[in-house]
Design a binder for this molecule. Structure first.
Ligand code: PBG
Length: 324
């Protein structure tokens, strides 16, 4: 069959017809909303590099989580800025650390919401790297011990999911083992499995003041040209019992999301990162394009590529727009 019998415009004629054949549908339940909990702010302070996003006190983070939940966004991802940073990120595994306090406040205000926590050292080290330094590089195995302590304190504080973003080898395995040994076998792991060394993290690093003070993250984060290696990273994390695997960033890596979706039958997340967010916000603010349409197109592309879970700073706006 071909033209003139076949006419693809027939099913595009009205909104109801288009809706009937719509292949990809966003839902607020797809979104995870990142929250920045900071020991340095009293209530909330705008993050200049990310318009519309704030550094929050634990109390304000709880209010924000509640707002998200009321809009149908059922998960938040916590990042922390401690009062003091040091060489090994020891503020990251304190029982009364900033993220640990944030978890408790959020769970008290909104017990149903899924609390995910970023597990990494870069927000807590004075040198800004994602692990402890030996010589002039990050030491993999020494970093694992700290990641484990951090993940345990998050889980003990009530996190539902811990999400290691450090890109050390073997971390999912040791975190799973430690959680299980401590009676925390119900705490899930979302692995930042294929995390690329990306310029799109720029605004985030300004938000939590985590830009590396020397060198870069190339010895641990993935090299952008590599796709097959991403499949190996994901496969290893699945073997180490990750419950959810993630591709990050999202937009420049839609092919990686798509390949992972075809290949692995595990829940797949993608992180629509700070630089992707800031680009859209600046384009919209300059009047170059309509913000709502940009955001919905971006988020739809990520879901269409295969990510069922989308971590995005646009979560609350998108949830509002989906409600109409
Ligand atoms: C920590 C971490 C980063 C992001 C999430 N977890 C920064 C980095 O690796 O430099 C980036 C998030 C974003 O850009 O929105 N390792």
């Amino acid at each position: 069959m071909s033209f003139p019998e076949e006419r693809l415009r027939r099913m595009r004629r009205t909104p109801a017809l288009r809706s009937l054949v719509q292949e990809t549908r966003l839902h607020p339940a797809n979104f995870v909303y990142p929250l920045f909990v900071s020991a340095l702010v009293k209530d909330r302070e705008p993050i200049v590099s990310m318009p519309g996003i704030f550094n929050l006190s634990p109390k304000e983070a709880a209010a924000e989580a509640k707002k998200a939940y009321e809009l149908g966004v059922q998960a938040v991802l916590l990042f922390g800025t401690p009062a003091k940073k040091d060489a090994v990120g020891s503020a990251s595994f304190r029982e009364d650390g900033i993220v640990q306090r944030g978890i408790k406040e959020i769970k008290a205000a909104c017990p149903e919401i899924v609390v995910v926590t970023d597990v990494c050292l870069c927000e807590y080290t004075d040198h800004g790297h994602c692990g402890v330094i030996k010589g002039d590089d990050v030491d993999n195995d020494a970093t694992l011990d700290i990641l484990v302590r951090q993940a345990l304190t998050h889980a003990e504080a009530g996190a539902d999911i811990v999400a290691p973003s450090d890109m050390m080898d073997g971390r999912v395995d040791v975190i799973r083992e430690a959680l299980d040994e401590n009676g925390l076998e119900q705490t899930a792991i979302m692995a930042y499995a294929a995390k690329y060394c990306s310029a799109f993290y720029g605004p985030f690093r300004e938000a939590v003041d985590s830009a590396p003070q020397f060198g870069d993250r190339k010895t641990y984060q993935m090299d952008p040209p590599n796709a097959r290696e991403a499949m190996r990273e994901i496969e290893l994390d699945i073997d180490e019992a990750a419950d959810i695997v993630m591709v990050k960033p999202a937009l420049a890596y839609l092919d990686i999301i798509s390949r992972a979706r075809d290949r692995y039958d595990v829940p797949l997340a993608a992180y629509n990162v700070s630089g992707e967010y800031a680009m859209v916000k600046h384009a919209a603010a300059s009047g170059m394009a309509d913000e709502q349409r940009l955001v919905m197109e971006v988020l739809t592309s990520i879901k269409r590529a295969g990510a069922g879970i989308i971590i995005t700073y646009h979560a609350l706006d998108a949830a509002r727009w989906l409600r109409g």
